[in-house]
Design a protein around this ligand. Structure first.
Ligand SMILES: C[S@@+](CC[C@H](N)C(=O)[O-])C[C@H]1O[C@@H](n2cnc3c(N)ncnc32)[C@H](O)[C@@H]1O
Length: 221
């Protein structure tokens, strides 16, 4: 554990219960205030703790090269976009169905990626194809395991269509998927289109969460 991580992991805070707060909200708040990555994100001015997931993925797989262009799908509030700008430095296009605050040097598009028009909108904004396509897209969770799995899986499959349409040959695609259950169709499709595929759960991805990431490299084009 690095010196910095030690600092953020130290004291545990206990939340006082409020009469009208549901126990699930109390649990969520308790987890937030004791989460070292939440603290680190606050201390370092990141938009969310999710920043450390893509930083750790990049540290392991070197997905960003100097000057890489990046398409970031499901980008709000924008912490992956900020990391992409710092680490890649090429053209960065961030897309989300939600509003996003401006990010210096990124182009932001508000669009529902499930709508077919979004392919055309991205095409208009893209200067050329991208070196990297990221997707951290997530549907709001219902708590019903298989429903959440199916919805997240559908978003990962959708993201893979964008990657196949918008990546340069040799490009990299990184997407969130859920562990458990199958994602055979997605894997088969990626195997047909990329030379190397890895699964990786960064330390910043919560242990209890079924989320993990697929990193597909060397797009065949
Ligand atoms: C976990 S958040 C992304 C966090 C982001 N990577 C960051 O670091 O700030 C998931 C995002 O996916 C977006 N999303 C889900 N479905 C979408 C869709 N159909 N079109 C566009 N964005 C979508 C949500 O609005 C949400 O902002």
């Amino acid at each position: 554990m690095s010196k910095k991580e030690k600092i953020f992991r130290t004291t545990k805070e206990v939340l006082k219960t409020a009469k009208r707060r549901k126990s699930s909200s109390t649990r969520w708040l308790q987890r937030q205030i004791n989460d070292p990555y939440v603290r680190q994100a606050q201390a370092e001015g990141k938009r969310s703790r999710a920043a450390y997931k893509i930083i750790q993925i990049d540290e392991k797989y070197k997905i960003f090269n100097e000057g890489s262009s990046v398409l970031d799908l499901g980008a709000a509030p924008g912490s992956w976009t900020e990391v992409a700008i710092e680490r890649a430095g090429g053209f960065v296009l961030a897309v989300d169905i939600l509003d996003m605050d401006n990010i210096n040097r990124a182009v932001i598009l508000k669009a529902d990626l499930q709508e077919e028009d979004s392919f055309g909108l991205i095409n208009k904004l893209a200067v050329e194809k991208f070196d990297v396509v990221l997707s951290d897209m997530a549907a709001s969770t219902t708590g019903h395991k298989s429903t959440d799995h199916i919805r997240t899986q559908a978003l990962a499959e959708l993201a893979s269509q964008y990657a196949i349409d918008f990546l340069k040959p040799g490009g990299t695609f990184c997407t969130k998927v859920f562990q458990g259950g199958t994602h055979n169709d997605l894997l088969l499709n990626l195997k047909n289109n990329f030379k190397k595929i890895k699964h990786y759960k960064p330390d910043a991805s919560r242990k209890g969460s079924p989320e993990t990431y697929l990193i597909a490299r060397d797009f065949k084009g």
